[in-house]
Design a binder for this molecule. Structure first.
Ligand code: IMP
Length: 198
């Protein structure tokens, strides 16, 4: 089993990554490395922020492979918002429920006869000792609801129906989300690189 430090404190994301990578990888996140402090996400793209997390995180755990993701939701009718600000959409100290409430408020201001198309985006960066080894990305297209459906998942999952499905990520089983999500796709593109370093 090879070790991989996932530079996040978001247990939901870690669960997804561990499930997607399977038993060959022991995935540890920052809860297991409380001394690791990530630099502030000052970038204005998912890639820039994922690089900041991977590089700063890997400096805190010398010799170990570090994976970081930066992800978020883009809604076309909101000109791509919340985008890179997805985690802080309702303010710097906002939680996921606050962010969903803000999104519902913004969608409610728009004409309700349009289909609110959008996508989750994810950029993944693999690094070691402060050096970027590989960068991948993935996305999943879908549409937004104006009311939450389902209690599964996290973040904006209860408001998002992926194309080809009739249920939100808050209702669909985790196994389904982990086959088609932005994170799954970015990670699939990373697998060969990971295998060569295992
Ligand atoms: P990050 O931790 O800076 O990458 O912030 C990502 C934010 O985007 C999260 O806090 C969620 O609000 C949202 N997000 C990213 N991936 C997902 C997902 O798979 N489901 C729901 N929301 C997500």
């Amino acid at each position: 089993m090879s070790r991989l430090v996932f530079a996040t404190s978001n247990a939901h994301k870690t669960e997804e990554v561990a499930a997607i990578l399977g038993e060959e990888w022991q995935v540890e996140d920052l809860r297991a490395h409380p001394g690791v402090i990530l630099d502030e996400e000052t970038g204005d793209t998912f890639e820039a922020n994922a690089i900041i997390k991977a590089v700063s995180g890997s400096r805190g755990v010398p010799g170990l492979l570090v994976l970081a993701d930066d992800s978020g939701l883009e809604v076309d009718a909101l000109d791509g918002a919340p985008g890179v600000r997805s985690a802080r959409y309702a303010g710097e100290t906002a939680n996921a429920a606050d962010n969903r409430a803000k999104l519902k408020t913004e969608l409610a201001k728009l004409p309700q006869d349009i289909r609110f198309s959008g996508r989750f985006q994810c950029c993944m960066v693999l690094a070691r000792d402060g050096e970027v080894l590989h960068v991948t990305s993935g996305s999943v297209e879908g549409r937004l609801l104006t009311e939450e459906v389902g209690a599964g998942g996290f973040g904006y999952d209860a408001l998002f129906i992926p194309n080809g499905f009739t249920e939100t990520f808050g209702v669909l089983p985790a196994e389904t989300k982990n086959q088609l999500s932005h994170r799954a796709r970015a990670l699939a593109a990373m697998k060969e690189q990971l295998a060569s370093l295992a």
